[in-house]
Design a protein around this ligand. Structure first.
Ligand code: ADP
Ligand code: ZN
Ligand code: ZN
Length: 740
């Protein structure tokens, strides 16, 4: 290689800073005999290993003596695979979340690139007619039926067809193609994979009087950084607003990045984009294999996909010509990564839009209080879509006072009546229950013993179909206990309801009804969810019972009743965000009702019907709820009125995590942070033992961001090096979403 020739010429060596995937808060200097672009990958020796790192800068002089500098093993890219704007975004994220840059960059890259593979997409083979073939009359092939079938299929598709599709045309398509190619009538080429589209291209509807100014307002912001908070009730046409704006972005030759919480749950949304635009869409989500992920990444970064649609980590896909970012359901907790590099894709997206100087739309029917506060203070432009489109109206919400209504198997009488009514009218119903399994408690009625998970401070959930006791916290599984280990009695019973039990109860109450259960258990098999959703859409199901999987983005036009079973769960949760979550969840689930021409009804079973959260829900009064919740947060000094960071620790040894936090606290105090930085006392986590590890946490609170981050930066670097920190697993969570 050319490098060998210059190896001896130390003077021509250049020194580069390389970020490597290691839990270390700095980049490393390496020598390179060739010129390297920032954002390009290199292989470097690191300890005894060879790692793939990314060039983040060049220096003229290293702090290390020249004799100790190592040489890179091999450059991997001629050009940067991360443009300067992305490098600077990742650097910002590393600083803000106090996570090692090398690991941040690593998270942002598809696995194949982390492994050192070249950034090239693999294609699919597409067959089409040659110009000579187009001049041929298919009748000349009537003696070779397979060839004729294949030929006619290709003649009908101007864009050509994948070999796989042709197998469906004729079982002998491979031989037929070979023969046709020998005649010079067909040829093949490689094309990037595209998501399958079902249905024809769709034209855009006329915008309604609320959507028009919304679209115009956002379009006026194209070409510069402007954050918009699009608050529109479910079914108000938010997606239509995105589509209209994206149309203009594409017309300008730019790309749109659209983030959604979970693609697997909303195949309809993908299809809606695909049917609107005759343009390749790069899809990025967890259901892809590594090559598919790389394909989508390459299409996005090379500018070949005008639309990039993906979940959380798609926020890091480089774009050739960025024009717009959309974050749909911006309040959704899945935008926050809950381990390792704990970033919020929504917040990173806003920073990214600022760097790329493009507008960003944060859309939701129930915006997060953080975004709402930003809008109220003028940092974001608030756009409202207060009504449903067309003739659809918001569903009527009725609170069922459970203090007076005796439920049977979790279902109150008015709810059962409402279900019966929908069955009679051949309309669909949804029952929402945020708990999977049969029952959350397996208990001895003689002595009160409940089956505990051995590894967690939690109870086992009974799963009747599987005939197992399962821990929902650590995944532990065991046979159902039939004899009480405490009193030897055999009087064991299931206490409380999960989705499985409600499904069973429904079968008993309504033997003729077709019931679909939608939760993590019933949809574990690949394709099971799609199949269930298809049955719902085609009217082959009467009642859907499920967990929050049901709440996201689905559009079920024939659903006219939504029942919320355990609404109170979360009303008095330990987390200061529980009521916000509960409100969002019920609003989202309720949003599934009555989206078409039939009005919907929402029945909420609660023991606290006078709670302001429920009264606001009953009036569809998001702002009423938000005003009340924001006041509560301000008084308690919680976000968005302060900034939080949570230091978490865990250890298999009881007490070790708390001890670690106490030492970390001493270290913090010694750094003498600004006066308003409050470092609270270490506390055991609300569920202290989980999967056999004892967990503790310590909260750091501060009214302003900048001094908090100065302090956190120093603290984390010292912690990373402190001796006492070596034995305990710990992590820092900036802007934590879950407080346990
Ligand atoms: P959201 O994203 O707020 O839930 P959607 O954009 O999905 O709302 O719109 C709800 C329904 O109304 C969809 O079926 C959509 O096709 C339809 N829709 C939206 N805007 C219009 C419009 N201007 N004219 C007619 N139908 C519309
Ligand atoms: Zn007992
Ligand atoms: Zn457990």
């Amino acid at each position: 290689m050319a490098c060998d020739r210059v190896a001896g010429m130390a003077a021509s060596m250049r020194i580069y800073q390389i970020a490597v995937p290691a839990p270390l808060y700095r980049a490393f200097d390496y020598l390179a005999p060739v010129s390297l672009a920032p954002g390009a990958r290199v292989r470097v020796p690191f300890g005894r290993r060879d790692l793939v790192g990314v060039v983040v800068g060049e220096v003229t002089k290293s702090e290390l003596p020249a004799s100790r500098l190592k040489r890179i093993t091999q450059p991997l890219d001629d050009n940067a695979i991360l443009p300067p704007s992305m490098l600077s975004l990742l650097q910002w994220a590393a600083d803000y979340y106090h996570h090692p840059l090398g690991e941040v960059i690593h998270t942002a890259l598809p696995v194949r690139l982390r492994q050192g593979h070249a950034p090239v997409a693999s294609g699919v083979k597409i067959w089409s007619l040659t110009p000579a073939g187009k001049a041929v009359n298919p009748q000349t092939l009537k003696r070779a039926p397979a060839q004729k079938q294949v030929f006619e299929a290709l003649a009908a598709e101007a864009d050509g067809l994948e070999a796989e599709r042709l197998v469906q045309v004729s079982r002998r398509s491979a031989a037929a193609l070979k023969a046709l190619r020998a005649k010079g009538w067909v040829s093949s080429h490689q094309r990037e994979a595209r998501p399958a589209i079902s249905g024809d291209l769709q034209t855009a509807p006329q915008l309604n009087p609320d959507q028009k100014p919304a679209v115009a307002g956002i379009l006026a912001g194209l070409g510069g950084f402007r954050p918009f908070l699009l608050h529109g009730v479910t079914g108000s046409g938010k997606t239509e607003v995105y589509l209209k704006v994206i149309e203009q972005v594409l017309a300008q030759g730019r790309q749109a990045l659209v983030l959604v919480p979970e693609i697997g749950l909303t195949p309809q949304l993908v299809n809606r984009f695909a049917r609107r635009f005759r343009a390749p869409i790069a899809l990025l989500h967890s259901g892809l294999n590594e090559q598919e992920r790389l394909n989508a990444w390459v299409m996005a970064s090379a500018g070949r996909a005008p639309i990039v649609l993906g979940t959380r980590s798609a926020v890091f896909s480089p774009l050739m010509n960025p024009g717009l970012i959309v974050v749909d359901e911006e309040h959704d907790a899945s935008y926050k990564q809950q381990d390792g590099f704990r970033y919020s894709a929504r917040d990173v997206a806003v920073m990214r839009a600022a760097r790329e100087k493009i507008p960003i739309i944060l859309g939701s029917a129930t915006p997060s209080l953080e975004s709402l506060k930003n809008a109220r203070q003028g940092a974001y432009t608030l756009i409202e879509l207060p009504e449903r489109t067309g003739s659809a109206v918001m569903p009527a919400v009725r609170l069922l006072d459970m203090r007076r209504l005796k439920p049977s198997e979790g279902l109150s009488f008015p709810l059962r009546e409402a279900l019966a009514d929908r069955l009679k009218k051949s309309e669909q119903s949804i029952l929402f229950l945020n708990r999977r399994g049969f029952s959350p408690v397996w208990m001895c009625y003689d002595c009160g013993w409940v089956a505990p998970c051995q590894r967690c401070d939690a109870q086992f959930t009974l799963h009747q179909k599987k005939q197992k006791l399962l821990c929902h916290h650590c995944g532990a599984e065991q046979q159902v206990i039939r004899r009480c280990p405490s009193c030897q009695g055999e009087n064991l019973h299931a206490l409380g309801e999960g989705t499985e039990r409600v499904e069973e109860a429904l079968q008993k109450f309504f033997p003729q009804a077709r019931i679909e259960r939608i939760d993590r258990d019933s949809t574990a098999r690949r394709g099971a969810l799609e199949e269930k959703l298809r049955r719902v859409h085609e009217g082959e199901a009467d009642i859907l019972v499920g967990t929050q999987m049901l709440s996201k983005g689905h559009d079920f036009p024939n659903v006219t009743l939504v029942g919320i079973l355990n609404a109170d769960q979360g009303l008095y949760g330990i987390d200061f965000r529980s009521s916000e979550r509960l409100f969002q969840l019920i609003m989202q689930v309720s949003g599934r009702a009555g989206r078409a021409d039939k009005p919907g009804e929402v029945l909420i079973q609660t023991w606290h019907p006078e709670h302001p959260l429920f009264t606001a829900l009953a009036r569809h009064d998001f702002h009423g709820f938000a005003g009340y919740a924001l006041r509560e947060r301000r008084e308690a000094g919680y976000p968005p009125y302060c900034h939080l960071a949570l230091l978490r620790a865990e250890s298999p040894t009881p007490g070790a995590a708390i001890e670690f936090l106490a030492s970390a606290r001493t270290l913090a105090v010694r750094l003498s942070p600004a006066k308003d930085v409050q470092i609270l006392s270490p506390l055991p986590a609300p569920m202290e033992r989980r999967a056999g590890r004892y967990r503790a946490q310590m909260l750091v609170q501060f009214p302003h961001r900048a001094p908090l981050h100065d302090f956190l930066g120093q603290w984390v670097t010292q912690l990373a090096e402190a001796k006492f920190a070596k034995k305990t697993r710990w992590s820092l969570d900036v802007d934590p979403l879950d407080m346990y």
